[in-house]
Design a binder for this molecule. Structure first.
Ligand code: SF4
Length: 165
């Protein structure tokens, strides 16, 4: 089951389970949505000095640096408003790396806010992730998406047109 799960699904799970279902069912969000576009630009332009993309199974790591022998995996984010979902997404990448025998630490980078947050894969965080994997499975194997419920994130969501029409 973990193979079906991506960092994007983990991130969406912490924001909106309807979004998780829509993504898992290959319903493509509005790619012209300004928030998505801005995220793409930040992803392309920020931290160029350190830029290195690594494809890892179904995971794309935005940035990998070795600092005094440690492996540090970085994720660039537009804003820290969804900090918890970003933290769990990065924890998922650390989990996948550990499964392959690579112990890494993570850092969340918020270039617009000049902020960074370290993420360590503790046993508690691993347990939390494993519970999330099970619940994502429960959500995405439902025949229909969870019902629409307006939340603050909706106005920035690529599925807005889909959900609000
Ligand atoms: S528009 Fe709102 S309810 Fe619909 S997927 Fe996005 S966040 Fe969820």
């Amino acid at each position: 089951m973990v193979k079906l799960i991506t960092g994007t699904l983990i991130q969406s799970y912490n924001i909106c389970k309807r979004q998780t279902w829509l993504m898992a069912h290959q319903i493509i969000p509005d790619q012209d949505h300004p928030y998505i576009e801005m995220g793409r630009l930040i992803d392309e332009e920020s931290y160029d000095r350190d830029k290195k993309k690594i494809n890892f199974e179904n995971v794309v790591l935005d940035l990998v640096r070795s600092d005094e022998g440690d492996i540090i995996v970085g994720e660039v984010k537009k804003s820290s408003r969804a900090e918890e979902s970003a933290r769990m997404q990065l924890a998922f990448y650390l989990y996948k790396l550990k499964e392959s025998g690579v112990n890494a630490r993570g850092v969340l980078l918020f270039p617009e806010e000049r902020k960074r947050i370290m993420v360590e894969l503790t046993p508690e965080l691993e347990n939390e992730l494993e519970q999330i994997f099970k619940d994502i499975e429960r959500v995405i194997f439902q025949a229909t998406p969870p019902p629409f419920k307006k939340i603050g994130y909706c106005k920035n969501c690529g599925y807005k047109e889909f959900c609000w029409s």
